[in-house]
Ligand binder design. Sequence first.
Ligand SMILES: C[S@@+](CC[C@H](N)C(=O)[O-])C[C@H]1O[C@@H](n2cnc3c(N)ncnc32)[C@H](O)[C@@H]1O
Length: 357
Amino acid sequence: MKPVEIADTVMNLNRLTVPKVDVGQIRNTAHAVEKFYILCSAIELEVFDDLRNPKNAMHLAEDLGLHQGMTQKLCAALVASDFLRMNHEGKYALTDLAKTFLVTSSPLYQGDHIKLMKKRREEMASKLSEAIKNGPSGMRTSSGDLGIFDQNFTISMAQYALGGCLQRTVEFLKTNDDFMKARRSLDLGGGHGLYSIAFSRLNPELEAVVFDLPSVIEGFTREMVSICDCNVKLLSGYMTKDDIGSDYDVVFVSEVLYDPKESINVILKKINNSLKEGGILISKHFHQDDIHEDLVAVFSDLMFSMVSGDRHGIYSTSELCHLIESNGFSVVRIEDIRSTSNPSRIIIAKKVSEQPE
Ligand SMILES: C[S@@+](CC[C@H](N)C(=O)[O-])C[C@H]1O[C@@H](n2cnc3c(N)ncnc32)[C@H](O)[C@@H]1O
């Protein structure tokens, strides 16, 4: 915009009416980014851990070796963001939200997930306009995976699951007879193994198998399963080409079926063949049904497409059901387990016919 155009607006009283739409919707988008970076700094600097005992900003700065004036401003911003509150003694204290999710000793700690969100968003933001102009550059390795599934990713996914979707999934599956009667299950792309560990606690007769990439299984998953000392077996390989086992009553697949349809068909056929007759597939994924209600799925679809290099597919419920049914299943139930930050649904489908490999 040129100065002459600005001058024209300000000189013309007819144009100086209050706008009918609120510019705040745009500005607040930028403030949400600030709020996220403020949260990330507080996690990196261990502010929440130190504030398990309430204190003023000066003592917080002394404990952590921080600049006093800046620490005072950070605390004010954290109060404004509802991560801290001022207690009756005028000291900064944790809110319930911070106590539950932002203190490293909390079982529901989200800090590693938040750090990875920051890293990924920074990488993607720097390449977004370029990718939209010229297409995504992609990051697939020679084995066909995305090359992002390292220990940090697995820990981040574990924390993400503990943020609520693991609990919501368990609550729902408790009510499912087929699941509760199952004796052998597969958690395909099960990563951290938390779903299978929880399933084996829920159904003590169940032998739960977690399948994932060798580097994931031999690292985090093996350690987690040995700490939990539960009836969970481990299997490693590439799900599109290696043996995923057989004779399962249930195959659970969560946050995995986001590839283009051709790859999903390969995986669904393998799932079908690994199930006993009448066995069930439990799919838990982000769905994109309503562009406003499922905006986390819409954003994720755009962002992850940049990483996957080809069309990353967060499917609608009907598209995913269609893919599932065209691979020898009949959908028997769809359950909405969405929360404000998680647009997931569960689809339960029964195997109705064998599939040629
Ligand atoms: C987004 S994570 C989902 C983890 C877990 N199911 C959950 O919902 O929290 C995707 C998982 O699939 C695994 N994975 C990706 N490509 C794979 C492949 N080709 N073969 C086996 N596992 C794969 C990753 O290692 C990762 O653990």
